[in-house]
Write a protein that binds this ligand. Sequence first.
Ligand code: C2E
Ligand code: CA
Ligand code: CA
Ligand code: CA
Length: 274
Amino acid sequence: AKAIGRATFAFYTSELTDQAYQRLRIASELRYALENNQLRVFFQPVYSLTKERIVGCEALVRWLHPERGMISPADFIPIAEDSGLITNIDSWVLNTSCQQMKAWLDAGLDLKFVAVNVSSRLFSRIDFTEKVVEALAESQLDPSYLELEITESAVMDDVERADSLLNKLCDMNVRLALDDFGTGYSSLNRLKSLPVHKLKIDQSFVRNLPSDGSDAAIVRAIIALGFSMQLEIQAEGIETLEQAEFLRQSNCILAQGYFFGRPMPAAEFEQLIS
Ligand code: C2E
Ligand code: CA
Ligand code: CA
Ligand code: CA
Protein backbone atom coordinates (compact mmCIF):
# COMPACT_ATOMS: atom_id res chain seq x y z
CA ALA A 1 0.00 0.00 0.00
CA LYS A 2 2.90 2.26 0.81
CA ALA A 3 4.41 1.77 -2.62
CA ILE A 4 1.13 2.56 -4.30
CA GLY A 5 0.74 5.67 -2.17
CA ARG A 6 4.14 6.88 -3.18
CA ALA A 7 3.54 6.14 -6.81
CA THR A 8 0.24 8.02 -6.72
CA PHE A 9 1.91 10.95 -5.03
CA ALA A 10 4.63 11.01 -7.65
CA PHE A 11 1.99 10.88 -10.36
CA TYR A 12 0.10 13.86 -8.96
CA THR A 13 3.18 15.99 -8.43
CA SER A 14 4.43 15.45 -11.95
CA GLU A 15 0.94 16.21 -13.26
CA LEU A 16 0.75 19.44 -11.26
CA THR A 17 4.25 20.46 -12.26
CA ASP A 18 3.31 19.75 -15.81
CA GLN A 19 0.28 22.01 -15.59
CA ALA A 20 2.19 24.79 -13.87
CA TYR A 21 4.93 24.44 -16.45
CA GLN A 22 2.39 24.64 -19.29
CA ARG A 23 0.93 27.86 -17.89
CA LEU A 24 4.38 29.32 -17.46
CA ARG A 25 5.28 28.42 -21.02
CA ILE A 26 2.06 29.92 -22.39
CA ALA A 27 2.62 33.07 -20.33
CA SER A 28 6.08 33.52 -21.77
CA GLU A 29 4.86 32.77 -25.30
CA LEU A 30 2.11 35.32 -24.76
CA ARG A 31 4.60 37.97 -23.69
CA TYR A 32 6.51 37.23 -26.89
CA ALA A 33 3.26 37.34 -28.89
CA LEU A 34 2.40 40.77 -27.55
CA GLU A 35 5.81 42.15 -28.48
CA ASN A 36 5.92 40.45 -31.87
CA ASN A 37 2.61 41.40 -33.35
CA GLN A 38 0.80 38.08 -32.94
CA LEU A 39 -2.26 39.58 -31.28
CA ARG A 40 -5.21 40.83 -33.28
CA VAL A 41 -8.29 42.82 -32.43
CA PHE A 42 -11.53 41.49 -33.90
CA PHE A 43 -14.73 43.54 -33.95
CA GLN A 44 -18.20 42.18 -33.37
CA PRO A 45 -21.15 44.25 -34.61
CA VAL A 46 -23.73 45.66 -32.22
CA TYR A 47 -27.11 46.05 -33.90
CA SER A 48 -29.88 48.50 -33.09
CA LEU A 49 -33.23 46.71 -33.19
CA THR A 50 -35.06 50.03 -33.58
CA LYS A 51 -32.79 51.63 -36.19
CA GLU A 52 -32.31 48.24 -37.88
CA ARG A 53 -28.63 48.80 -38.51
CA ILE A 54 -25.22 48.28 -36.94
CA VAL A 55 -24.43 51.13 -34.56
CA GLY A 56 -21.27 49.99 -32.83
CA CYS A 57 -18.94 47.11 -32.09
CA GLU A 58 -17.10 45.27 -29.34
CA ALA A 59 -13.33 44.78 -29.61
CA LEU A 60 -12.29 41.20 -28.81
CA VAL A 61 -8.69 40.05 -28.73
CA ARG A 62 -7.35 37.04 -30.67
CA TRP A 63 -3.97 35.34 -30.63
CA LEU A 64 -2.69 34.42 -34.05
CA HIS A 65 -0.22 31.71 -33.02
CA PRO A 66 2.34 30.84 -35.74
CA GLU A 67 1.92 27.08 -35.17
CA ARG A 68 -1.38 26.63 -33.35
CA GLY A 69 -3.42 29.08 -35.41
CA MET A 70 -6.12 31.31 -33.94
CA ILE A 71 -6.34 30.93 -30.17
CA SER A 72 -9.49 32.19 -28.45
CA PRO A 73 -9.27 34.49 -25.43
CA ALA A 74 -10.96 31.88 -23.22
CA ASP A 75 -7.74 29.87 -23.55
CA PHE A 76 -5.27 32.60 -22.71
CA ILE A 77 -7.05 35.42 -20.83
CA PRO A 78 -7.04 33.45 -17.51
CA ILE A 79 -3.28 32.88 -17.86
CA ALA A 80 -2.78 36.51 -18.82
CA GLU A 81 -4.73 37.51 -15.70
CA ASP A 82 -2.61 35.34 -13.38
CA SER A 83 0.67 36.55 -14.83
CA GLY A 84 -0.36 40.21 -14.87
CA LEU A 85 0.13 40.37 -18.63
CA ILE A 86 -3.56 41.17 -19.02
CA THR A 87 -2.99 44.85 -18.29
CA ASN A 88 -0.50 45.07 -21.17
CA ILE A 89 -2.89 43.22 -23.45
CA ASP A 90 -5.85 45.39 -22.43
CA SER A 91 -3.84 48.58 -22.96
CA TRP A 92 -2.80 47.38 -26.40
CA VAL A 93 -6.39 46.49 -27.32
CA LEU A 94 -7.55 49.87 -26.00
CA ASN A 95 -4.99 51.79 -28.08
CA THR A 96 -5.63 49.73 -31.21
CA SER A 97 -9.41 50.08 -30.88
CA CYS A 98 -9.30 53.85 -30.36
CA GLN A 99 -7.07 54.26 -33.42
CA GLN A 100 -9.31 52.02 -35.52
CA MET A 101 -12.46 53.84 -34.44
CA LYS A 102 -10.89 57.21 -35.21
CA ALA A 103 -9.95 55.98 -38.71
CA TRP A 104 -13.51 54.70 -39.29
CA LEU A 105 -15.05 57.99 -38.20
CA ASP A 106 -12.62 59.93 -40.38
CA ALA A 107 -13.63 57.70 -43.29
CA GLY A 108 -17.25 58.72 -42.68
CA LEU A 109 -18.59 55.48 -41.20
CA ASP A 110 -21.70 56.03 -39.09
CA LEU A 111 -20.76 54.33 -35.82
CA LYS A 112 -21.67 55.42 -32.30
CA PHE A 113 -19.19 53.45 -30.20
CA VAL A 114 -16.40 50.93 -29.93
CA ALA A 115 -16.54 48.88 -26.73
CA VAL A 116 -13.34 47.67 -25.07
CA ASN A 117 -13.09 45.10 -22.27
CA VAL A 118 -11.40 46.17 -19.07
CA SER A 119 -10.13 43.38 -16.82
CA SER A 120 -10.38 43.79 -13.04
CA ARG A 121 -6.59 43.81 -12.99
CA LEU A 122 -6.43 46.87 -15.24
CA PHE A 123 -9.34 48.53 -13.45
CA SER A 124 -7.59 48.23 -10.10
CA ARG A 125 -4.36 49.78 -11.34
CA ILE A 126 -3.57 53.21 -10.03
CA ASP A 127 -2.71 54.46 -13.54
CA PHE A 128 -5.88 53.10 -15.19
CA THR A 129 -7.46 56.47 -16.02
CA GLU A 130 -4.10 57.71 -17.32
CA LYS A 131 -4.00 54.80 -19.75
CA VAL A 132 -7.46 55.77 -21.01
CA VAL A 133 -6.47 59.43 -21.30
CA GLU A 134 -3.34 58.42 -23.19
CA ALA A 135 -5.17 56.15 -25.63
CA LEU A 136 -7.66 58.93 -26.36
CA ALA A 137 -4.95 61.57 -26.76
CA GLU A 138 -2.80 59.42 -29.02
CA SER A 139 -5.68 58.41 -31.26
CA GLN A 140 -7.42 61.81 -31.16
CA LEU A 141 -10.69 59.90 -30.72
CA ASP A 142 -13.57 61.87 -29.23
CA PRO A 143 -14.09 60.18 -25.80
CA SER A 144 -17.85 59.83 -26.36
CA TYR A 145 -17.12 57.12 -28.96
CA LEU A 146 -15.27 54.95 -26.47
CA GLU A 147 -17.21 52.53 -24.29
CA LEU A 148 -15.45 50.68 -21.50
CA GLU A 149 -16.89 47.31 -20.46
CA ILE A 150 -16.33 46.56 -16.82
CA THR A 151 -17.46 43.58 -14.80
CA GLU A 152 -19.45 43.44 -11.61
CA SER A 153 -16.54 41.97 -9.67
CA ALA A 154 -14.32 44.93 -10.60
CA VAL A 155 -16.79 47.42 -9.14
CA MET A 156 -17.70 45.40 -6.03
CA ASP A 157 -14.21 45.29 -4.51
CA ASP A 158 -13.55 48.84 -3.41
CA VAL A 159 -16.85 50.60 -3.95
CA GLU A 160 -15.68 54.10 -3.13
CA ARG A 161 -12.67 53.93 -5.39
CA ALA A 162 -14.70 52.35 -8.20
CA ASP A 163 -17.35 55.07 -8.06
CA SER A 164 -14.86 57.91 -8.05
CA LEU A 165 -12.99 56.31 -10.96
CA LEU A 166 -16.15 55.77 -12.96
CA ASN A 167 -17.34 59.29 -12.21
CA LYS A 168 -14.04 60.62 -13.48
CA LEU A 169 -14.43 58.66 -16.72
CA CYS A 170 -18.05 59.85 -17.01
CA ASP A 171 -16.87 63.44 -16.64
CA MET A 172 -14.45 62.81 -19.50
CA ASN A 173 -17.48 61.72 -21.58
CA VAL A 174 -16.33 58.10 -21.85
CA ARG A 175 -19.25 55.61 -21.95
CA LEU A 176 -19.44 52.84 -19.37
CA ALA A 177 -21.09 49.43 -19.67
CA LEU A 178 -21.56 46.73 -17.06
CA ASP A 179 -20.63 43.45 -18.77
CA ASP A 180 -22.17 40.01 -18.10
CA PHE A 181 -24.93 41.65 -16.07
CA GLY A 182 -26.85 39.23 -13.86
CA THR A 183 -24.03 36.74 -13.33
CA GLY A 184 -22.05 38.53 -10.63
CA TYR A 185 -22.69 39.59 -7.09
CA SER A 186 -23.67 43.19 -7.50
CA SER A 187 -26.93 44.08 -5.81
CA LEU A 188 -29.59 46.46 -7.03
CA ASN A 189 -28.47 48.69 -4.20
CA ARG A 190 -25.02 48.82 -5.77
CA LEU A 191 -26.46 49.46 -9.21
CA LYS A 192 -28.42 52.44 -7.90
CA SER A 193 -25.27 54.43 -7.18
CA LEU A 194 -23.13 53.01 -9.99
CA PRO A 195 -22.28 55.53 -12.69
CA VAL A 196 -22.78 53.39 -15.82
CA HIS A 197 -24.68 54.05 -19.05
CA LYS A 198 -25.41 50.51 -20.17
CA LEU A 199 -26.16 47.03 -18.89
CA LYS A 200 -25.16 44.07 -21.03
CA ILE A 201 -27.48 41.14 -20.43
CA ASP A 202 -25.30 38.06 -20.15
CA GLN A 203 -25.64 35.48 -22.90
CA SER A 204 -26.58 32.77 -20.41
CA PHE A 205 -30.01 34.46 -20.09
CA VAL A 206 -30.39 34.74 -23.86
CA ARG A 207 -29.32 31.23 -24.86
CA ASN A 208 -32.66 29.53 -24.09
CA LEU A 209 -34.97 32.31 -25.24
CA PRO A 210 -37.81 32.42 -25.96
CA SER A 211 -38.84 28.95 -24.70
CA ASP A 212 -37.38 29.16 -21.19
CA GLY A 213 -39.97 30.97 -19.07
CA SER A 214 -37.60 32.03 -16.27
CA ASP A 215 -35.01 33.39 -18.66
CA ALA A 216 -37.73 35.26 -20.54
CA ALA A 217 -38.94 36.77 -17.26
CA ILE A 218 -35.41 37.73 -16.17
CA VAL A 219 -34.61 39.35 -19.51
CA ARG A 220 -37.88 41.33 -19.48
CA ALA A 221 -37.17 42.42 -15.90
CA ILE A 222 -33.66 43.65 -16.77
CA ILE A 223 -35.06 45.58 -19.75
CA ALA A 224 -37.70 47.19 -17.51
CA LEU A 225 -35.06 48.00 -14.91
CA GLY A 226 -32.90 49.63 -17.56
CA PHE A 227 -35.82 51.65 -18.84
CA SER A 228 -36.76 53.00 -15.42
CA MET A 229 -33.15 53.74 -14.49
CA GLN A 230 -32.47 55.33 -17.88
CA LEU A 231 -29.80 52.80 -18.71
CA GLU A 232 -29.20 51.40 -22.18
CA ILE A 233 -29.74 47.66 -22.45
CA GLN A 234 -27.74 45.44 -24.76
CA ALA A 235 -28.38 41.71 -25.05
CA GLU A 236 -25.49 39.37 -25.89
CA GLY A 237 -25.26 35.99 -27.56
CA ILE A 238 -28.20 36.25 -29.96
CA GLU A 239 -27.94 33.38 -32.39
CA THR A 240 -31.45 32.99 -33.80
CA LEU A 241 -34.18 35.05 -35.39
CA GLU A 242 -36.55 33.92 -32.62
CA GLN A 243 -34.25 35.34 -29.95
CA ALA A 244 -33.91 38.61 -31.87
CA GLU A 245 -37.69 38.82 -32.28
CA PHE A 246 -38.30 38.14 -28.60
CA LEU A 247 -35.88 40.90 -27.63
CA ARG A 248 -37.35 43.38 -30.08
CA GLN A 249 -40.86 42.69 -28.82
CA SER A 250 -39.60 43.11 -25.26
CA ASN A 251 -38.29 46.59 -26.18
CA CYS A 252 -34.63 45.73 -25.97
CA ILE A 253 -32.81 48.26 -28.16
CA LEU A 254 -29.31 46.87 -28.67
CA ALA A 255 -28.34 43.36 -29.73
CA GLN A 256 -25.10 41.47 -30.23
CA GLY A 257 -24.52 37.89 -31.33
CA TYR A 258 -23.63 35.52 -34.14
CA PHE A 259 -27.07 36.17 -35.68
CA PHE A 260 -25.95 39.73 -36.47
CA GLY A 261 -22.29 38.93 -37.03
CA ARG A 262 -19.33 37.14 -35.49
CA PRO A 263 -16.24 38.94 -34.27
CA MET A 264 -14.25 39.72 -37.44
CA PRO A 265 -11.12 41.52 -38.63
CA ALA A 266 -11.38 45.31 -39.05
CA ALA A 267 -11.39 45.14 -42.86
CA GLU A 268 -14.33 42.73 -42.87
CA PHE A 269 -16.29 44.82 -40.38
CA GLU A 270 -15.71 47.88 -42.54
CA GLN A 271 -17.13 46.09 -45.59
CA LEU A 272 -20.14 44.97 -43.60
CA ILE A 273 -21.17 48.49 -42.66
CA SER A 274 -20.18 50.54 -45.68
P1 C2E B 1 -17.26 38.79 -23.26
O1 C2E B 1 -16.65 40.12 -22.98
O2 C2E B 1 -18.53 38.46 -22.57
O3 C2E B 1 -17.41 38.74 -24.85
C1 C2E B 1 -18.45 38.07 -25.51
C2 C2E B 1 -18.01 36.71 -25.96
O4 C2E B 1 -19.13 36.02 -26.51
C3 C2E B 1 -16.97 36.72 -27.08
O5 C2E B 1 -16.15 35.56 -26.93
C4 C2E B 1 -17.84 36.57 -28.32
O6 C2E B 1 -17.14 36.06 -29.44
C5 C2E B 1 -18.86 35.61 -27.82
N1 C2E B 1 -20.10 35.67 -28.58
C6 C2E B 1 -20.63 36.72 -29.25
N2 C2E B 1 -21.80 36.41 -29.82
C7 C2E B 1 -22.04 35.12 -29.50
C8 C2E B 1 -23.11 34.21 -29.81
O7 C2E B 1 -24.07 34.55 -30.50
N3 C2E B 1 -23.01 32.96 -29.30
C9 C2E B 1 -21.95 32.57 -28.54
N4 C2E B 1 -21.94 31.31 -28.10
N5 C2E B 1 -20.93 33.38 -28.23
C10 C2E B 1 -20.97 34.66 -28.71
P2 C2E B 1 -14.58 35.63 -27.07
O8 C2E B 1 -14.18 36.63 -28.12
O9 C2E B 1 -14.10 34.23 -27.19
O10 C2E B 1 -14.15 36.23 -25.68
C11 C2E B 1 -14.40 35.53 -24.49
C12 C2E B 1 -14.15 36.41 -23.29
O11 C2E B 1 -12.76 36.75 -23.22
C13 C2E B 1 -14.88 37.75 -23.33
O12 C2E B 1 -16.20 37.60 -22.92
C14 C2E B 1 -14.03 38.56 -22.38
O13 C2E B 1 -14.38 38.26 -21.05
C15 C2E B 1 -12.65 38.03 -22.66
N6 C2E B 1 -11.97 38.95 -23.59
C16 C2E B 1 -11.97 38.98 -24.95
N7 C2E B 1 -11.20 40.00 -25.41
C17 C2E B 1 -10.70 40.62 -24.31
C18 C2E B 1 -9.81 41.74 -24.11
O14 C2E B 1 -9.32 42.41 -25.04
N8 C2E B 1 -9.54 42.05 -22.81
C19 C2E B 1 -10.06 41.36 -21.75
N9 C2E B 1 -9.73 41.73 -20.50
N10 C2E B 1 -10.88 40.32 -21.90
C20 C2E B 1 -11.19 39.95 -23.17
CA1 CA C 1 -17.36 42.15 -23.06
CA1 CA D 1 -20.22 39.78 -21.92
CA1 CA E 1 -18.41 36.72 -20.58
